[in-house]
Structures are given as C-alpha cells and as structure tokens.
Design a protein around this ligand. Structure first.
Ligand SMILES: C[S@@+](CC[C@H](N)C(=O)[O-])C[C@H]1O[C@@H](n2cnc3c(N)ncnc32)[C@H](O)[C@@H]1O
Length: 214
C-alpha cells in the first residue's frame, strides 16, 4: 500500500530543505554498495524531519537504533550542538563502515559513538537515569516493543521518541498473526494507551510516530 500518493511523496521531497552534496553522495554510494538493502535508508524528507525535530528539542544526548550506512544519524547529529552525543546501535560492521566514513567526512565523528551489538544489549546497559533528549528507532521491527520500553523510561520529561515504519506498508491495519507488522501494530496500541507519553502518528513515508515524554 502507498501510504501517500507517490506524486504527493515526490512533491514533499521536492519541498523540504534539499540534501547537500554529502548526503546525495552517501545515498548514491549506498545504492551502489548495497543495492538490495538501499531501500532501508530514510528518505531525505524524513531525514530533514529528524534534523528539524532534533533542533526543536534542543537535543544534546540522543540514541539511534538502526544505523545502516548512516544517513539518519548524520541528519540527527547535524541538529545537535557541537558538544552533543549521539549513541548509535547496529549489528552490522559492513553497513556501518560506510557510515563511519561519512560521519568523518561530515565532521561529526566526535559527536557520534557506535556500538556494534544487538541494540537491546546496548540499551539495557545504559544508566537508568532519564537523561535522553531524543531517540530514533529504525531497526528490526520485532524488537520495537523492547526498544520502546528501554528508551521511554530513559527519556527526560519533554524528550522525544521517534519511531519509523509504524504503518508497515499499511499492514498494521489488518496485521497477520505474527511477524514484524504484528509487533509494530501491538506497539502502536501500547503507545496510544501509554500515559507516560503524548503521541501522534505522521503519514511520512512508511509512518513515523512522535512520542513526547510527559
Ligand atoms: C532500516 S535500517 C536503518 C536505516 C537507517 N536509519 C538509515 O537511515 O539509513 C535497519 C538497521 O538495523 C540494523 N539491525 C537489525 N537488527 C538489529 C539489532 N537487533 N540490533 C541493532 N541493529 C539491528 C540493521 O543492521 C540495519 O542497519
């Protein structure tokens, strides 16, 4: 299912702050290096949304779950001040070696820390204090409910949790009994009933939830 009419999607892409040369090169190199996986990368309008939100929240401490080749992490890190810290979680050395190269080129390597391990292990090892300003979840969909719980308890009041693919190509409307769409659909119900946050789902690309810690 197209969440948004493709012509409207193209229009949205053409009417946000454009990608600079570095992001364009990263997208092109990702397509060349990983043609079968390149669709995992956030679109530029979603990346720009991440930059704007990061700036609006004034985020200095952020977490990303699901790095791939680093497009979304660059968009988040660019919205942070020079002393900001973005902790990035992924399991793939192969994908993230490209990310590391582009973080360096973007002058962001001092702001980004990468942990190669299952994200749940990395998140559970974080201090329990609610000090995270912003988190972005864009990894294995079955893990979303667990990542949500680990992160929502560590968000400071007013902190923002952003989740990608919350419409799962429309499958959440009638999810199958098991699998990623079911996990995401269950989490969508959890979030809407979660008194710890106020939330809204945006029909950006494959659906983006914003959950703000009360
Ligand atoms: C959709 S991609 C992330 C796209 C990225 N946000 C971007 O804009 O390019 C999902 C990533 O999650 C990673 N991943 C999958 N399972 C994971 C896990 N259990 N823990 C951490 N990362 C995982 C994959 O290696 C992949 O790089």
């Amino acid at each position: 299912m197209d969440i948004v009419n493709p012509a409207v999607s193209d229009y949205l892409l053409a009417h946000c702050t454009p990608a600079d040369d570095l992001l364009r090169e990263l997208a092109a190199e990702t397509r060349d290096a990983f043609p079968d996986a390149a669709g995992m990368q956030v679109s530029h309008d979603e990346g720009e949304l991440l930059t704007v939100l990061t700036r609006m929240v004034g985020a200095r401490r952020a977490v990303e779950v699901g790095v791939f080749t680093g497009y979304s992490s660059i968009c988040i890190a660019r919205g942070m001040p020079g002393d900001g810290h973005l902790l990035c979680c992924d399991v793939s050395e192969q994908y993230t070696s490209l990310a590391r190269r582009y973080w360096k080129r973007a002058g962001l390597e001092g702001r980004i820390e990468l942990r190669i391990a299952p994200a749940l292990d990395t998140l559970r090892a974080l201090p329990a204090d609610p000090v995270i300003d912003l988190a972005f979840i864009d990894a294995d969909k079955g893990g979303y409910p667990l990542y949500y719980e680990e992160l929502v308890t560590r968000l400071r009041p007013g902190g923002l949790l952003i989740l990608d693919n919350v419409l799962y190509r429309g499958e959440v409307l009638d999810p199958p009994p098991a699998g990623g769409a079911r996990a995401v659909s269950q989490l969508n119900e959890t979030i809407v009933a979660d008194a710890r946050v106020e939330s809204v789902m945006l029909p950006v690309r494959d659906g983006v939830t914003l959950a703000r810690r009360r």
